[in-house]
Design a protein around this ligand. Sequence first.
Ligand code: B16
Ligand code: MG
Length: 219
Amino acid sequence: FPQAVIFDLDGVLTDTAEFHYLAWKQLGAELGIEVDKALNEQLKGVSRLQSLERILAAAPVPPVLTAEEMEHLAAKKNAHYTALIASVTPNDILPGIAALLQELRAAGLKLAVGSASRNAPFVLERLGLDSAFDYVVDAGRIQRGKPDPETFTNAADHLKVPYESCIGVEDAAAGVEAIKRAGMFAVGIGSAQTLRQADYLVTATELLSAEHILAAYSR
Ligand code: B16
Ligand code: MG
């Protein structure tokens, strides 16, 4: 029986994935680089600096920047992003998530957030979910972001749960890969095309239920 469920934040608990997209799009426009949906798919779950590297690499003539210039651009994107998330409220918790958290708790499972976002504590607070989890991964302390498994193994280590007894929930290809490399059961939210490695897949959060997830895990 599983003992813990580790949730991604952006795109799983709430749709801040859209805000990340808009913020990168805005930064891209300032740099003359088109950030479209396909490029954005490559940024999901990926850290701020790595996302910036991928955007710059997509430029017709990729600019060569110093570490300082990179930091400056990343800070600019974050300013766009924090302006957008200031308006998040508990109404922005994605459909089905609040009920799912309650069901999993009732089933005795530990709950954690495994987000690559340094803004995760603020977003959780805005959502009114700051006390809903036993542990929130501090992205600032993770050495290697998704698709490296560290985000998920860090949560499991803190919860003192073996990796094979953990379930990870993700909307990003990099995130599902991280869960699988951690040796955990992967629940994907999205299309089978993007999330090929998921052990159990739904197309939207409202289709998630503790009963279905636990049944899929035990199969
Ligand atoms: P920040 P997740 C990830 O969060 C986002 O999917 C990704 O788009 C973002 O670049 C990354 O967090 C870093 O976020 O700039 O706020 O530190 O999906 O792992 O919850
Ligand atoms: Mg995500």
